[in-house]
Design a protein around this ligand. Structure first.
Ligand code: HAM
Length: 424
């Protein structure tokens, strides 16, 4: 038997309704913040991620689904959305639009060859936001406020917003040098990943899962000590906006994020419930990327954004016991007796559906009792029974399933019966 690939999942109709609910709510929230949807391809040139996300990152080194297409081009299934959105901004010359910053959001599958774990998949669905074309602490604060608003609007409470500033390029350069100096004497005792990161990406040593409890990590220099005046001032302003908005946060100078493009503001939203026993605690992550556009041969513009996976949002909802309204609902189930009535029901259903009435019937020649059970299973609000008699005199009883009450109406009035109900 052919099985589903490791790290992927089928979203069956029961779940899919929850997804749709979440996605609709996210769309509505985006309207409040004036962000517009963008859809980019599922695959891009490998170069985009190698340059954009960074050659030395785990995502690029270990996790990309990369292949040659029939034209011998190196293609990669997108592991994240930011690089592609920035590519599109540049390619479509969005910098020429006076309506800066361009506020965009996206929602779609991403692919990373990661070890499978609860909340970690090889195909997962990211909802993300990018505001490109403004460098102002108020937009950083807006993006952070939006993250909190999203999670709170689903009723989640046990959340911890962790923020940091990774500084501008000059601050980072100095900091990286200090880290290299600090780790060089002890790097032999670190994992092979950290050893190869020392000169290419020393900040990543700080959040290595293997070495994070080592003394040298705890005593490492802190980015906060290396932020230049400009970076410090930017960070302070972002924090003052958060204070003003009443958004609680904790600062973690070791929060460096796994992708290379970040400058200044970096953040993650974590599950903060004391008895959560899942391995994954990060629900969402993002930050500012001031050099990314230029790195991709674009204009001197900056951006900020975040992404969350719907899978982890669902996990958090489950963890906090929050149910999503996902009841099946059908306006009408038609119970038929005999072949003539069943034929009639086909036409009647067609008519009802064209009038916006959600309706269905039996297809397995069930007995009346079985059809009634089926009506209950599919969540029908009303049922009618049609047999030879009803066809002949045109009188039917429409039964409200929950109350058990029936009303006598004309078969020909069925559509207007529902239309009047809906109009109320
Ligand atoms: P990221 O931290 O790599 O950032 O991913 C963002 C979020 O995607 C994570 O917090 C998590 O919810 C989800 N995620 C990542 N990998 C997986 C996985 N294997 N399975 C399930 N969920 C996953 C980015 O991707 C950046 N592009 C975010 C960003 C946007 N920064 C600025 N703009």
């Amino acid at each position: 038997m052919i099985k589903i690939p490791r790290g992927t999942q089928d979203i069956l109709p029961d779940q899919s309704r929850k997804w749709r609910y979440i996605e609709t709510k996210l769309d509505e929230l985006m309207e409040l913040y004036n962000y517009k949807e963008i859809r980019t391809p599922i695959f891009e040139s490998t170069d985009l991620f190698a340059r954009g996300v960074g050659d030395s990152t785990d995502v690029v080194q270990k996790e990309m689904y990369t292949f040659k297409d029939k034209g011998d081009r190196s293609i990669t299934l997108r592991p994240e959305g930011t690089a592609a959105v920035v590519r599109s901004y540049i390619e479509n010359k969005m910098q020429g639009d006076p309506n800066q910053p361009i506020k965009l959001y996206y929602n779609g599958p991403m692919f990373r060859y990661e070890r499978k774990q609860k909340g970690r998949y090889r195909q997962f669905n990211q909802f993300g936001v990018e505001a490109i074309g403004a460098e102002d602490p108020s937009i950083d604060a807006e993006v952070l406020a939006m993250v909190m608003h999203i999670y709170e609007s689903f009723g989640l409470k046990h959340l911890k917003l962790v923020i940091n500033s990774v500084g501008d390029f000059d601050s980072r350069k100095e900091y990286n040098e200090a880290l290299i100096k600090h780790f060089e004497p002890v790097i032999d005792t670190f994992c092979s990943d950290c050893q190869s990161r020392l000169y290419t990406n020393p900040m990543r040593i700080l959040d290595c899962k293997v070495d994070r409890d080592k003394e040298a990590v705890k005593t490492a220099p802190r980015i906060t000590e290396y932020l230049n005046e400009e970076s410090k001032a930017y960070y302070e302003q972002v924090k003052s906006y958060l204070d003003e908005l009443g958004i609680p946060y904790v600062e973690d100078p070791n929060l460096v994020r796994g992708l290379d493009y970040y400058t200044h503001t970096a953040f993650e939203l974590m599950i903060d419930s004391p008895d959560y026993d899942g391995a994954i605690t990060t629900l969402c992550g993002g930050g500012r990327y001031n050099g990314l556009l230029e790195l991709l041969d674009g204009p001197k513009q900056t951006g900020i954004g975040f992404a969350l996976s719907i899978e982890r949002l669902l996990l958090a909802l489950e963890e906090e016991g929050i149910e999503i309204e996902d009841e099946d609902h059908l306006d009408l189930f038609i119970v038929t007796m005999g072949e003539k009535a069943d034929r009639y029901a086909v036409k009647l259903l067609n008519d009802l559906r064209h009038h916006g009435i959600k309706a269905d019937k039996d297809y397995l020649k069930r007995k009346i009792k079985g059809q009634m059970k089926q009506a209950n299973r599919v969540g029908a609000e009303y049922t009618i029974v049609i047999g030879d008699q009803e066809l002949e005199d045109g009188n039917i009883n429409i039964k409200h399933m929950e109350s058990g009450e029936s009303e006598a109406i004309q078969l020909t009035d069925l559509v207007s019966y529902f239309e009047e109900k809906k109009a109320k």
